[in-house]
Design a protein around this ligand. Structure first.
Ligand code: FES
Length: 122
């Protein structure tokens, strides 16, 4: 399993996994290598943004919770979906058009100066 972020391809290793939970722990790399957030991260075929929200790091899925469009970062204050233009704030992924919608979030923890994500197995 590999992941990429804007500064190039990062070789990731799967830390652990469980067939029952269908989630795996993925080592994203040294915390210091992510100096600018949000940053795109790819794990297998899935795309995320690594962000730092109120409660720490997390991965936000780029799949729009509305109708599955692709959420993009065009450098503005908000993420925007290519489907219908809904916008999402960059810390928590809450939709500014419909507060009951939010980007799907996945836990990222800091372990020995490395960021480790718990994401769906691909
Ligand atoms: S699919 Fe994203 S706003 Fe509709």
């Amino acid at each position: 399993m590999t992941t990429e972020h804007r500064r190039g391809t990062v070789s990731l290793r799967q830390v652990s996994g469980s067939a029952r939970s269908k989630k795996v722990r993925v080592d994203l790399g040294e915390e210091s290598s992510f100096s600018s957030l949000p940053t795109p991260v790819k794990v297998g075929d899935a795309s995320y943004f690594l962000v730092r929200g109120r409660d720490g790091y997390k991965l936000l899925s780029t799949i729009c919770p509305h109708q599955g469009g692709e959420i993009m970062d065009e450098g503005d204050d908000l993420f925007v979906c290519d489907g219908h233009g809904w916008q999402y704030e960059k810390g928590e992924g809450i939709c500014t058009n419909r507060a009951d919608f939010r980007m799907k979030a996945f836990l990222v923890t800091l372990q020995n100066d490395r960021l480790v994500a718990l994401v769906p197995d691909q």
